[in-house]
Write a protein that binds this ligand. Structure first.
Ligand SMILES: C[S@@+](CC[C@H](N)C(=O)[O-])C[C@H]1O[C@@H](n2cnc3c(N)ncnc32)[C@H](O)[C@@H]1O
Length: 375
């Protein structure tokens, strides 16, 4: 079957890298989605191990539709009895881009009607009670091509379970992991986040270093569909626990000016099972010191979203530039919405990449340091 992996636009290549590392040889990529062929064990593996995916779907059908009759017929032609029990609860979501069928509300109700009619016919019953397990259906329409999918994930994959308290403007776990995987950081190298907030970068890095599966403490919706699914997922989780590594040396450091945020970061690290490999302290970024040479600095400093913040942010970015120059042998990675960050910080990026942080269009500024021994 076709497994469709949805991710944030711009990080498809990181999802592909993760899939290759898991042993999937030929992932296919389009905007914000990557697909592979596989079975329920692969569905379980992707949910459990992909750090940068938002959601994992099973595609149940794909066809062209430019009017509601074509949509109904396409949905009706799918063998829903093989996928859903007679009492399934069937909520439907839909989205449409550049297509003749643009009313998502109408698409949802026609999809639902077609599934219900098909189930009634296939099971030989007059009514679908919808008082059983939940099977979330998602209909994606792009350029008049309909992709009908079953959501196997439930709550989005960025919810690993360790973040229980909120700070202002936290970074999504999936984005933090993608930015780390794009950077030169790898386990065994020092990493510092001087604006760590709730600790996302440091905790995600610690989970990578400890080979902790991002979904290890989660339940995915497909697990509730059948006892067999639960067994498959349970077995993979057990195997994942056996593959975890003990990291003895602390190389991952977060700091923040807010005492409350540092308390939250420590709590989250504990809940993620990585408090032994990470350290969080209260500090103004201006006071941080290099920990050795050739480390990695990564940060998501405050953004100047309100006009009133602008001058404050420009001054903060200027001071950050001074600090970055002090970390001369380090590679530095900054995510901000500021198009003028290079000018404001006085540091010229080696590479830039556009990333959406929620609805905010940001740039990931990458400043490569010298290779060890070539300084
Ligand atoms: C956008 S938030 C970072 C969110 C973080 N990446 C997370 O996932 O939770 C920016 C952080 O910078 C911190 N901050 C602001 N000014 C600072 C300063 N002068 N020194 C250190 N941290 C500062 C704030 O307290 C806030 O936690």
């Amino acid at each position: 079957m076709k497994i469709v992996i949805i991710c944030i636009f711009g990080i498809e290549s990181v999802v592909v890298k993760e899939l290759l590392a898991l042993g999937y040889s030929s992932p296919r990529v389009s905007n914000g989605r990557v697909s592979i062929e596989g079975d329920l064990t692969d569905v379980a593996r992707c949910n459990l191990w992909l750090r940068t995916a938002e959601r994992i779907y099973i595609e149940t059908g794909s066809f062209r539709a430019t009017d509601f009759d074509m949509l109904f017929d396409g949905i009706f032609s799918i063998d829903w009895k093989a996928l859903l029990p007679a009492d399934a609860e069937i909520p439907v979501r839909s989205s449409s881009i550049d297509s003749k069928l643009f009313s998502t509300r109408d698409c949802q109700s026609i999809t639902k009607k077609a599934i219900v009619e098909k189930l009634k016919k296939s099971y030989g019953i007059n009514r679908i009670e919808e008082n059983g397990k939940t099977f979330q259906i998602e209909v994606f329409i792009h350029n008049d091509i309909v992709s009908v999918c079953l959501d196997t994930t439930g709550t989005g994959l960025h919810k690993r379970g360790y973040r229980t308290l909120n700070v202002e403007a936290p970074l999504k776990e999936t984005i933090a992991s993608a930015l780390l995987q794009i950077s030169y950081w790898k386990p065994g190298r020092v990493l510092m986040d001087p604006f760590c907030g709730s600790g996302t970068f440091i905790i995600e890095a610690a989970m990578i270093a400890g080979n902790i599966a991002p979904g290890i403490n989660r339940v995915f919706s497909f697990e509730s569909w059948t006892g067999e699914n639960e067994i498959i997922s349970g077995r993979l989780k057990e195997e994942a626990r056996e593959k975890e590594k003990q990291v003895k040396e602390i190389l991952l450091f977060g700091s923040d000016i807010s005492k409350d945020n540092i308390e939250i970061a420590k709590k989250h690290a504990m809940q993620a099972g990585v408090s032994g490999s990470s350290e969080f302290v209260v500090s103004d970024f201006k006071n941080i010191q290099k920990r050795g040479e050739y480390g990695i600095m990564i940060a998501n400093p405050p953004y100047g979203l309100r006009l009133s913040d602008k001058s404050e942010i420009i001054s903060l970015y200027k001071n950050l530039g001074t600090k970055m120059k002090e970390f001369d042998t380090w590679s530095k990675y900054i995510l901000t919405d500021d198009d003028g960050f290079e000018k404001n910080s006085g540091c010229r990026a080696s590479k830039k990449r556009k990333i959406y942080n929620g609805t905010i269009r940001c740039t990931y500024y990458q400043f490569f340091g010298p290779q060890p021994g070539k300084c």
